[in-house]
Design a binder for this molecule. Structure first.
Ligand code: DC
Length: 221
């Protein structure tokens, strides 16, 4: 049997992790697990129940029985909540901050990490998130910390949302990204951090091809 390989890509919002993870998983023909999608779906669940995404007691009432799965259609991850495909809904702008908030709760992280470790234990995969190399899979075969300046990240997000037809203000978007960085880096449990053995790549002035080239040169493909 071939050896299972696990690649961890961590970093702040908008650093390019998901684009890199998708391309990498295609190239290596292995699964891509977008762990942020799972936190986003959990936020949608809380919102649909009218539970504040920072209310730990409230979130505890549903988290252990959450009906959340990921499946793959033509190689692309679909996120399914209570039997409904929420893959598009989780990308709505208001869900980003709600996901950042709910991801600070320990009960949520414990549940998500359990699910992520199960998936990663069964098959080779690229996982992107905030705590993959530092907490979820400390023994991952390869770890990368993907980052970029806040201006560049806000600019990428602005273009992405505008293209989808959302009306967004650049300065507000930048402030929101800074707030999410702060939340993600300062939460008590499994915060966003560069694992000591992760390779850092600043993508601010790199093309996707250059980043992929760098990652592949490390992996030795
Ligand atoms: O990567 P993303 O923007 O889709 O993630 C949404 C939120 O989920 C993000 O603000 C932080 C949180 N998250 C996390 O805490 N840990 C992960 N492994 C992935 C995402």
């Amino acid at each position: 049997m071939d050896k299972i390989i696990r690649i961890a890509l961590d970093g702040p919002s908008g650093s390019g992790k998901s684009t890199i993870a998708k391309r990498l998983s295609n190239k290596l023909n292995i699964l891509y697990l977008d762990t942020g999608a799972m936190y986003r779906a959990t936020a949608i669940k809380a919102l649909s129940l009218g539970i504040d995404t920072l209310d730990e007691q409230g979130v505890m009432t549903f988290i252990n029985d959450i009906d959340l799965t990921v499946k793959y259609v033509d190689g692309a991850q679909r996120t399914i909540l209570d039997g409904v495909d929420v893959s598009e809904k989780i990308r709505e702008p208001h869900v980003s901050m709600a996901a950042s908030n709910i991801s600070s709760l320990k009960c949520v992280r414990l549940k998500m990490v359990e699910m992520q470790r199960k998936i990663a234990g069964e098959t080779s995969c690229v996982l992107d998130g905030r705590d993959i190399g530092s907490y979820v899979l400390p023994n991952a075969d390869y770890k990368f910390y993907i980052t970029a300046s806040v201006e560049v990240r806000a600019d990428r997000r602005f273009k992405e949302l505008t293209l989808k037809g959302h009306k967004v203000d650049f300065e507000e978007l930048k402030k929101e990204i800074e707030q999410r960085d702060y939340n993600d880096k300062t939460r008590d449990f499994a915060p966003l951090t560069k694992a000591f053995d992760a390779i850092e790549i600043d993508t601010s002035f790199m093309t996707i091809e250059q980043v992929i080239g760098k990652v592949l040169s490390v992996i030795g493909e």
